[in-house]
Design a protein around this ligand. Structure first.
Ligand code: ADP
Length: 249
């Protein structure tokens, strides 16, 4: 595997909480362009891994390489600027703003925070156009003027994805993107993830095996903080060690 095929790599990632080893020497390899799933029974260390990647937690040991560059010591903001963005990091949406306004805020964040007292109407039009284009991309045009808090639950992930796309990430991290959704919404989110993966890589924690088998190119199975197996869905789902880990959980 050539190193430049990998967008993200971890080497010997370890996280201990007062002596308890939650992540135990994890080597992840995420290929450019893939939809990659991180799965495993409860308590396997998936969330802790995500938190290490996006710097909510500092690893006890190990290294994280993004596009071949060591980002282990860097701030979440810096990592986001380099192109790795976790969806909820920026999609703490303002519930009483409209859907369109929330996407506009995310776009402004990307475009910079330099403050000018006078803004032309033209620049606002421009921002609105780009925000509408993003909403169209995720299938939310008809919700543009709705106050965000009033959106149906099943469509909120699409807004999260739109606000994440506003930052134009090369690698998007998604936490259980279909959690708590009905079948129709699950299918819509699957199609959306597939669509946005056309020009970026995606790493997601996902419990729904329909989603994992349906859209993921590669899967890493974690159990008790360590990588148990890695491969495509057929390989992983037929692996007796994986079946055992799920049965035993
Ligand atoms: P998963 O997301 O796969 O369910 P987690 O990463 O949330 O697993 O948790 C892995 C293990 O680490 C669990 O046993 C959990 O109790 C433990 N853990 C997670 N966060 C902390 C923490 N802040 N302090 C102590 N233990 C933790």
């Amino acid at each position: 595997q050539a190193a430049d095929d990998l967008i993200l790599e971890t080497a010997g990632l370890v996280k201990e909480f007062r002596g308890f080893v939650a992540v135990d020497g994890v080597n992840l390899k995420i290929r450019r362009g893939d939809i990659h799933a991180l799965i495993g029974p409860n308590g396997a260390g998936k969330t802790t891994c995500f938190n290490l990647l996006t710097k909510f937690l500092q690893p006890t040991r190990g290294r994280i390489l993004f596009k071949g560059q060591d980002i282990t010591g860097e701030s979440p903001q810096c990592i986001a600027r380099k192109g790795m963005v976790r969806s909820f990091q920026i999609s703490a949406v303002f519930p009483h703003m409209t859907v369109l306004e929330n996407v506009r805020v995310a776009l402004q964040r990307k475009l910079g925070t330099s403050f000018h007292f006078w803004k032309s109407d033209r620049s606002l039009d421009c921002l609105n156009e780009r925000a509408m284009a993003l909403l169209a991309e995720v299938g939310l045009e008809s919700y543009a003027r709705m106050v965000t808090v009033e959106m149906p639950y099943g469509r909120k992930r699409a807004l999260e994805i739109a606000t994440t796309l506003a930052l134009d990430p090369e690698l998007m991290l998604l936490d259980e993107p279909t959690q708590g959704m009905g079948l129709e919404d699950v299918e819509r989110v699957m199609a959306l993830i597939k669509k946005v993966s056309a020009n970026r890589s995606i790493l997601m924690v996902e419990h729904n095996m329909k989603v994992v088998s349906g859209i993921c190119d590669r899967i890493t199975v974690l159990a008790r903080g360590a990588v148990l197996a890695e491969g495509d869905y057929a390989e992983v789902s037929s692996n007796p060690v994986v079946i055992e880990a799920y049965m035993g959980s």
